[in-house]
Design a protein around this ligand. Structure first.
Ligand code: GDP
Ligand code: ZN
Length: 313
């Protein structure tokens, strides 16, 4: 009997494909009995990126899959809710080293409150986010001020920003370096060039294929399965088709500020605790906004999120 540790690379409904990374020789596996994760309402107890223990008689093949005996504790995971009303959730991926949030400044125009929601979600799931500004070839010269403002807002909030162009190849080598040795999530609204970017990282990948099957499966109300792709240059990526695939999280009202790193940093100086950073006297966050240390745009996204939580709860 062979025993070992492997990573779930693919999930096809009836079975899982495992690999002993960085070796990418996939072998099939099934779950032994019912493995349940404590406190999880997920439709999939085992997800791409999960580290598992398996047993096999050494001949693991399509007819003779290995058996997953245990799922090892996750360092983090990203979920997606089935629908807004349903409590059921689908785990997109586990054990992510970082999330690349692909965006543009224009073509299509970026919506900062939406970007902030994604960043808050990454913070809440404990996944370090890197902002990838794609299509810089289109707006670097024409939108100089907006580009500068963007750097000031998000660089100021502590985020790493990479300027890239899937079209010209600018910045793609750096992005490839950032992916090496990591499992990374790629996300972005449609049209920002996420697929083009993934293709430029590794021409053998075609994210469009997954997207078509995603749409197909959505229509049939079945679960979407995510896959981890190996980059020829090293590292693994999990593509989330559009932002529907991104688990925008419901964060409770009093938690939101914890997920704005720049607000969290100064909030210990607020006179009151807890402080909502809205009406309280002696609020260090409001002071920082007035002094321009925290950007007005980020603060106003925060207020918007507070407002939403009040409305929908
Ligand atoms: P996705 O929906 O985010 O996967 O976006 P696609 O990869 O399909 O790209 C959307 C459109 O933007 C396509 O017409 C691409 O050719 C174009 N595009 C993608 N990246 C770039 C870029 O860096 N510069 C320019 N000029 N166009 C790009
Ligand atoms: Zn405060």
């Amino acid at each position: 009997m062979l025993k070992g540790e492997a990573v779930v690379v693919k999930h096809t409904g009836s079975h899982y494909m495992l690999a002993c990374l960085p070796d990418m020789n996939l072998f099939p596996a099934v779950l032994r009995g019912k493995i349940r994760l404590k406190g999880s309402s997920a439709t999939n107890p085992v997800a791409v990126g999960d580290k598992v223990m398996f047993e096999s008689d050494g001949t693991a093949g399509p007819e003779n899959p290995a058996v997953i005996t245990r799922v090892l504790p996750r360092k983090n995971y990203m979920i997606r809710k089935s629908t807004n009303l349903s409590r059921q959730a689908h785990v997109i991926a586990a054990n992510l080293d970082k999330a690349f949030i692909v965006t543009t400044i224009d073509f299509p125009q970026v919506k900062l409150p939406f970007l902030d929601r994604i960043l808050v979600t990454c913070e809440a799931y404990n996944i370090p986010a890197v902002i990838v500004l794609n299509k810089v070839d289109l707006y670097r010269e024409t939108h100089k001020e907006m580009l500068e403002a963007f750097h000031s807002i998000y660089g100021g909030a502590g985020y790493r920003i990479m300027e890239v162009s899937a079209l010209t190849g600018e910045g793609v080598d750096e992005l490839r370096d950032e992916c090496r040795g990591c499992v990374s999530l790629f996300s972005g609204v449609s049209g920002v060039g996420k697929s083009s970017l993934i293709k430029s990282l590794d021409p053998s990948l075609d994210p469009r294929v997954g997207e078509i099957s995603d749409a197909h499966m959505q229509g049939r109300h079945t679960t979407t399965f995510y896959e981890m792709y190996s980059l020829a240059s090293g590292g693994f990526i999990v593509d989330t088709p559009g932002l529907r695939g991104f688990g925008l999280m419901d964060v409770s009202r009093d938690e939101i500020a914890l997920y704005f790193p720049e607000m969290l940093k100064v909030s210990e100086n607020c006179r009151f605790a807890p402080c909502t950073h809205t009406h309280e006297p002696g609020c260090a966050v409001k002071e920082a906004v007035e002094e321009g240390v925290i950007s007005y745009e980020r603060y106003s996204s925060y207020l918007g999120m507070l407002d939403d939580e009040t409305k929908y709860r």
